[in-house]
Ligand binder design. Structure first.
Ligand code: GLA
Length: 389
């Protein structure tokens, strides 16, 4: 956000709450380069943070009340959450900050009451992890006000738990980890079993390339329940093999494992597992290429990842498929849907000089297909969450 933007936000805080904010925090959204649904199987993921962040401004209160307001809902009154009545239902977006405060409490970090103002640049409902950005930005602010010092990954775990337990979304840890732990010009290789991370060089601009994020602006209704269904299918596949998670299948055992899954749990569960196991290999292959500085070469891996999500995991949709098809046809190095799918966004990797032409081609194909205009922006691997003041 520009200095002027931050200043306007500060002024809005004063108007709302009658005093200055004591802390300002920011947490970004993310796109995943590769490793989709592997975090539900204790596998590897490889996301980057995008430049768009959610800001939280906050000041302490002497009581145990958390008041939250959003600049995106300027006319709404602030919502009050009683931190001593954590089981009281909180509706709408405020359920996220309430869940974070409660999960911090669960983890033994009793936070003080606070007045919080939120403002987000991360598009919502676009598969870019606006929820994780909100959770992480709120968690950082509450910790800062209460003098709670936690490592970035510890905050990510608390934010994920907040979403799992108290918002009721059975997500993995990728989004929160990306928001908390990403660094600029790097992709975050995260082992979701051990939570070990490695920062891999991903300076797209330095390599003469560009990364386009294409928000299809569609969200298919079945997405929410289907996420849980995919989680269940993965658990059934692991159970058929008698392993804790699909992560446990060794590379040399994949073919036999898939046969066993098909025999015991059926063809559909086998295809879900086939995606996870092949995706796991694609993450490691991509990591190797990035380690070797071969960014352009990951393009083909991204394309293969999309096909697997479309055909085996069945979480793509016509709009996402069209982005990938149009991008590849107009010379992109690679493209794939990113995030949970069923709408949301895709990423396109291409030579920097080709980016705007590819974006135009995608828009033209959307228009010809009768779809609404997609929202395209170019992104680079950006910094993770931080306290700004
Ligand atoms: C959502 C979840 C993540 C991950 C992806 C799919 O973004 O929040 O944990 O499972 O879907 O890769």
């Amino acid at each position: 956000m520009s200095a002027a933007g931050t200043e306007a936000l500060g002024a809005e805080f004063v108007t709302r709450y009658g005093r200055e904010a004591a802390v300002v925090c920011a947490a970004p959204g993310r796109v995943n380069l590769i490793g989709e649904y592997t975090d539900l199987n204790e596998g590897f993921v490889l996301p980057i943070a995008i430049p768009q962040v959610t800001h939280t401004l906050a000041a302490p209160r002497p009581d145990r009340v958390l008041r939250v307001a959003s600049l995106d809902r300027r006319d709404d009154p602030a919502i009050s959450i009683d931190l001593d009545r954590p089981e009281a239902p909180v509706a709408g977006w405020a359920a996220y900050p309430a869940a974070v405060a409660r999960a911090l409490d669960d983890a033994g970090h009793r936070v003080a009451g606070a007045d919080v103002l939120v403002s987000s640049e991360v598009p919502t409902g676009a598969g870019l992890s606006s929820s994780a950005a909100l959770e992480c930005a709120v968690a950082l602010a509450l910790c800062a006000l209460s003098g709670v010092e936690l490592a970035p990954m510890a905050i990510a775990e608390i934010a994920q738990r907040a979403e799992n337990r108290y918002v009721g979304v059975p997500c993995g840890i990728m989004d929160q980890a990306a928001s908390m732990c990403a660094i600029a010009d790097h992709a975050l290789l995260l082992d979701t079993r051990t939570l070990a991370i490695r920062q891999l060089p991903f300076d797209v601009h330095g390599a003469g390339l560009g990364l386009l994020v294409v928000d299809t602006r569609v969200k298919h209704a079945l997405g929410d329940s289907a996420y849980g269904d995919r989680r269940t299918a993965c658990a059934r596949a692991a159970a058929a093999l008698g392993v804790g998670a699909l992560r446990d299948v060794e590379v040399g055992e994949v073919a036999a494992a898939l046969e066993e899954i098909a025999a015991k749990a059926g063809e559909e569960v086998m295809r879900r597992a086939r995606h996870v196991l092949s995706e796991q290999a694609r993450v490691l292959q991509t990591a190797e290429l990035l380690d070797a500085g071969q960014i352009a070469e990951i393009g083909q891996v991204l394309i293969a990842g999309h096909a697997s999500l479309r055909d085996d995991f069945e979480v793509s949709c016509a709009e996402l498929d069209l982005v990938v098809k149009a991008a590849v046809a107009s010379g992109a190095l690679g493209a794939r849907m990113t995030g949970a799918g069923f709408g949301g966004s895709a990423i396109v990797l291409a030579a920097a000089t080709r980016l705007s032409e590819i974006a135009q081609e995608i828009a033209a194909r959307f228009s010809a297909a009768g779809y609404g205009a997609p929202l395209c922006f170019s992104a680079s691997a950006s910094a993770g969450a931080r306290r700004e003041r």
